[in-house]
Design a protein around this ligand. Sequence first.
Ligand code: ACO
Length: 401
Amino acid sequence: AIDIGKLNKETGYFTFDPGFMATAATRSAVTFIDGDAGVLLYRGYPIDQLAKQSSFLEVAYLLINGELPDKAKFSAFEDEVTHHTMMHEALKNFLHGFHYDAHPMAILCASIASLSAFYHDTLDLNDPEQRRLAAIRLIAKMPTIAAAAYRYSIGWPIRYPRNNLDYVTRFLHMMFEVPSEPLELSPVAAKALDLLFILHADHEQNASTSTVRLVGSTGANPYACVAAGIAALWGPAHGGANEAVLKMLGEIGDAKNVGKAVEKAKDKNSGFRLMGFGHRVYKNFDPRATIIREMCHKVLNDLHVNDPLLDVAMELEQAALKDSYFVERKLYPNVDFYSGIIYKALKIPTEMFTVMFAIARTAGWVAHWLEQHTDPETKIGRPRQIYTGAVKRDYVELAKR
Ligand code: ACO
């Protein structure tokens, strides 16, 4: 194979690839995607098999360790994650510094970055045990901090993690438990959330994971790396799309307005895109979207929710799939087209949707961060540029300008 790095050094040439459409920044053994065939594998296992048979925490183990655990290994992993779910009491002071209407993604991003101030021991990045512990802490604390961000934003007291519950149920308790009222959680809700977490757990070198790796390549603290990933995830072109989809469906309001929305999305001057449509890698269909669509119908049915937004979504999908603009550009519903409707049925507020994505993607972020730190080929990420500024010129004193 041609050593591009060496060639560039010798010739002074480099590739110009805005958006990294055709540039692999790393080797990775975590996740495989075939965008044309609609295939997604975590460590070789098809996403539909994991969605049907596994759990989020088992998937997190798989992503991090490369193999599915046996019973003893899974139990030890679950115990360890459970042991690290508490957040330091001093973190509450950070929360109280935010304005009451702060977006929970802002609170999450800042709070996760602040963990680097609490765990100095992880600064020895040469110690695999310390790296592993940082990964466990991030997976364990993310739901606790996420739920705290939500409760703070609505003025409710923070709930501590109940360690006799499983990962997903524990999170739902921290979100919704109110003093003196027993929380009745439907197993359908916990199962649905677990499945959504599995589907969002990793997606190879997406913008947020690449951000984690870029920051990681400098040797930065893992909590700072993941905070950077959260910031990248927040944008509406990435994880923020699930929140944007629900807003869009609400604005369309009724299946009869779908035609107008499709026309507007085709008009480049409108500045409007169909949120939840299109993907950089999937040019056939997003296999996660197929699973989520099916699940969306089941959850609404099982929870007896009649949401008119589902009708709008189905009508929109049908209209776009028939329209040559979307067909020619291979724009299909992505993972986030239906996920918001499910979150809404689970009573998760809209501004928490991207936070939910962040909880799940933490498994992928830390798996990639760990992989990067054992890869002898890891170098500081330092792209080049095509300079378009002024040519060399001489400074003119202020009085003479
Ligand atoms: N609605 C209308 N037109 C679209 C859409 C859309 N959702 N997505 C892409 N297009 C059009 C573009 O205008 C462009 O048209 P052109 O060739 O005539 O110029 C063409 O399709 C290709 O689009 P690009 O923006 O070049 O594709 P890219 O791979 O860079 O972007 C992206 C992918 C960001 C996902 C894009 O499809 C988009 O903005 N979608 C809406 C936001 C969204 O759902 N994001 C979630 C992504 S999945 C995730 O992160 C979980």
